[in-house]
Ligand binder design. Structure first.
Ligand code: GLU
Length: 458
């Protein structure tokens, strides 16, 4: 029987879940699901200064918003410190690690000289064979093998080989008694039974070191996959400079979780030309696709396109429920349903629904001064007053409203724009709306006449 696939996502809770992290997590999650395995979450909260509970909660919320469930309760790395310390003791006992007393001054000097000589800075192994005892200021270093090389078959990048003489004896226990990242990660991965580590390629330099530590601890071989970065639209590594970088930012911009998830996965994974996938399709088809080894660029325009595609796939009732949960004045009644049906084509995000439906439910606040000056000149007011007179008599179907507009055009020998635009502005308070006859019909005779009256009498 082949071993169950167990992957993990291991964020440090020093910020909200950013897009790159979310995408890495999705790949790890989809990889395990498509192999009928498990995906675990480990919160790497050992940096007391920078880790915040608020960020842990935000990371958990972002996943639950995206519909990503991990298979077990999160593991908190800070609770495993005694296991990390035990592993360090074992490494010392078995001569895979040693105490090092080198002072910071010596290490600084060493680095300076190596840099001067054009060499890559690394520890020279002074204490490696001195068999030193623990002291107040000693650290513990891992005895990296001196000979041979480390090879691994990366799921994304293929075979990678690093010679051991490029790796120095890294510190695994600081002088303050705290274990370091490379040690803790390996111990936790072993204890959690992780079979596949899928993570960002910013960690690729750590992998050969971690493989050596894992071997020394007697852990089973792990398969790695390093996922490339997400770049901003300027081709540079995505950072705060590019604006929104966290999953929560996109949620507040009215992006659907399914659309964000779909786009993040497609950004670096492909299956033919197919673009739009729901979560089940991704799970079922993930292993047939290919993860790109080159970095991909994030585009807000493309995300908006995905969002529109996902919005279009929602059934009327699903959309209504989603919107009424998010926009206070909307409900699931038939008026809301008709309004949403009318504006739906015009909306790319959930926020668009807010601006597109507002005037159907509330009186708009005021009209922009520039627009008032441009569209409500005395000649426009005369036209609108005439139109109002026509509408007062009408039974207010969209057909009646169209006829009233046409009659007004004939009366003043003017085109549609001269009637339609001021009419739309008076009725909706804005320049864009669905066709004005349908908009006015749905808004109702009373409201439309009231708003026309307000504009024509002021
Ligand atoms: N906690 C690390 C990070 O947030 C990830 C460690 C790993 O995936 O091995 O970058």
């Amino acid at each position: 029987m082949t071993k169950e696939v167990i992957t993990r996502f291991a964020p440090s809770p020093t910020g909200h879940l950013h897009l790159g992290g979310a995408r890495t997590a999705l790949f790890a999650w989809l990889f395990s699901k498509s192999n009928k395995g498990k995906c675990l979450l480990r919160i790497e909260d050992t940096d007391k200064e920078r880790s915040k509970e608020e960020y842990t909660n935000s990371i958990l919320d972002s996943f639950s918003w995206m519909g990503i469930e991990f298979d077990e309760k999160p593991v908190y790395q800070s609770k495993n410190i005694s296991l990390h310390l035990k592993a360090i003791e074992k490494l010392i006992e078995e001569e895979h690690a040693y105490y090092c007393n080198c002072s910071q001054d010596r290490l600084d000097e060493l680095r300076k000289n190596q840099q001067k000589a054009g060499e890559k800075p690394k520890y020279d192994g002074k204490c490696r064979n001195l068999n030193l005892k623990k002291s107040d200021f000693s650290v513990v270093r891992f005895k990296n093998p001196k000979e041979g090389s480390v090879s691994f078959n990366d799921l994304v990048r293929g075979k990678i080989t690093i010679s051991n003489n490029e790796l120095d004896d890294l510190i695994i226990l600081r002088s303050d008694g705290s274990p370091t990242y490379n040690l803790s990660v390996v111990v936790d991965d072993i204890n959690m039974g992780i079979t596949h580590v899928i993570r960002g390629d910013d960690h690729i330099n750590n992998t050969p070191r971690q493989i050596n530590i894992c071997k020394a601890l007697g852990g089973e071989e792990v398969i790695f996959g390093h996922v490339p970065m997400i770049l901003g639209d300027d081709g540079k590594r995505m950072s705060k400079r590019h604006g929104a970088i966290s999953v929560v930012d996109y949620k507040s911009m009215g992006i659907l979780s399914g659309a964000l998830l779909n786009y993040l996965v497609r950004l670096g994974w492909s299956l033919g030309d197919k673009e739009v996938f729901n979560l089940d399709e991704l799970i079922n088809q993930f292993s047939e696709g290919k993860i790109n080894s080159a970095p991909s660029s994030f585009s807000m325009e493309k995300l908006t396109w995905f969002n529109k595609e996902h919005l279009d796939l929602l059934e009327e009732d699903q959309l209504l429920k989603l919107l009424s949960d998010n926009i206070s004045y909307l409900s699931t009644d038939s008026y809301s349903k008709r309004v949403i049906g009318l504006v739906r084509d015009r909306c790319n995000t959930l926020l668009d629904f807010q601006s597109e439906t507002y005037y159907f439910f509330k009186d708009y606040k005021s009209i922009d001064n520039e627009l008032t000056e441009k569209f409500f000149k005395p000649e426009n007011i005369e036209i609108l007053s005439y139109l109002k007179g026509e509408l007062v008599e009408s039974s207010f179907s969209s057909k009646d409203i169209s006829e009233a507009i046409e009659k007004t055009m004939d009366q003043f020998s003017i085109g549609m724009g001269k009637v339609g635009q001021p009419f739309r502005l008076a009725v909706t308070g804005q320049m864009g709306s669905p066709s004005i006859d349908k908009t006015a019909e749905l808004l109702g005779k009373e409201k439309v006449l009231e708003r026309l009256e307000k504009v024509t009498s002021s």
